[in-house]
Design a protein around this ligand. Structure first.
Ligand code: MLT
Ligand code: MN
Ligand code: ZN
Length: 307
């Protein structure tokens, strides 16, 4: 039964920015998905995690956050008129697809926002969503996340230890060509009771020793599945930016993420933050078949994991 051992995780959204299909996209994958209907649709990247099935934290606040909360029974309000199990939001970076939803949470107050100093700085300066939010929800409280240090969520014996690992220093496009330590992190969630670990890494530019260490000791990995190949957007004529330009390690190829993930002992290894152009989204296509043969798969919206 879900919720017995704590550390519950729900994939609220498994797509990258734009979702699947994307409103203005008629690429081959978006065409197929539209033809297949809403059961193939995916909302934008976010998780919900809980230490005990009672208190819940969002990991990233996507533009689809309202729909994601409404479709999750764990996040229903009550018992008081404005009580909610939502205790906070943890951010991996300051990208629009991970932060636009913060403003949609303005009706609730008193929750905690966890982010690195670099992310907090962007959200108070170049993209000042936090000062705007503060006018509506003055009791939202900021907690700094320091890469390398751990913090805990929950109380009593139901606690999660959260640990951030820096994966890139590149700030979002809106911040210009700027870099800052802690711009993008991966998050490790450890159930203190069972010692089981989940690593959430929706944006990974390249393999690193620090991230490898986290992944190698994880029971469950939710990993950046933005692109299938390096030149995906270029070949479709959609953009001149390669996967490397956008700091997303592609799935395929000899140095792609699939070959790396395949070697790791985690029991559950799933891609999240999948861009609508990624051919692995086609459930019947050869790319998905290849991903599955490597012991990996794509997470779907609504999937729940208990660790
Ligand atoms: C990313 O995942 O790299 C960003 O969300 C891309 C963007 O929206 O510019
Ligand atoms: Mn993104
Ligand atoms: Zn598309």
């Amino acid at each position: 039964m879900l919720g017995v051992n704590g550390l519950l995780v729900r994939v609220l959204g498994s797509a990258a920015g734009g979702g699947v299909p994307q409103w203005n996209c008629n690429c081959p994958v978006c065409q197929k998905v539209r033809a297949g209907g809403p059961s193939l649709y995916r909302t934008q990247s976010a998780l919900a995690v809980s230490p005990d099935g009672q208190d819940w934290y969002l990991v990233n606040a996507s533009p689809d956050v309202r729909q994601q909360i409404l479709s999750c029974k764990w996040l229903e309000p009550g018992p008081g008129y404005r009580d909610t199990p939502l205790r906070g939001v943890i951010l991996t970076d300051a990208e629009l697809d991970h932060t636009l939803g913060l403003l949609s949470l303005r009706e609730g107050d008193g929750w905690c926002l966890y982010a690195t100093a670099a992310v907090h700085h962007q959200l108070t300066t170049r993209f000042p969503v936090l000062p705007v939010l503060h006018a509506y929800a003055p009791r939202v409280q900021y907690h700094e996340v320091v890469p390398g240090d751990a913090f805990t969520l929950g109380h009593g014996s139901a606690q999660i230890r959260v640990h951030a690992t820096e994966v890139s220093r590149r700030l979002p496009l809106y911040a210009g060509e700027a870099n800052a330590p802690g711009a993008v992190v991966a998050l490790t969630f450890e159930n203190i009771r069972t010692s089981r670990r989940l690593v959430y890494a929706p944006a990974v530019a390249a393999p690193s020793t620090a991230l490898h260490r986290e992944l190698a000791s994880a029971d469950c990995i939710l990993f950046d599945g933005t692109f299938w190949s390096e030149e995906e957007l270029v070949r479709l004529g959609i953009s001149s930016r390669t996967a490397a330009d956008m700091d997303h390690l592609p799935m395929a190829g000899p140095s792609g993420s699939a070959r790396w993930l395949e070697t790791l002992p985690a029991r559950i290894k799933l891609y999240v933050h999948v861009n609508n152009t990624n051919p692995a989204l086609d459930p019947a296509g050869p790319e998905r078949h290849w991903i599955r043969s490597a012991g990996l798969d794509l997470a779907e919206d609504g999937w729940e994991i208990e660790l």
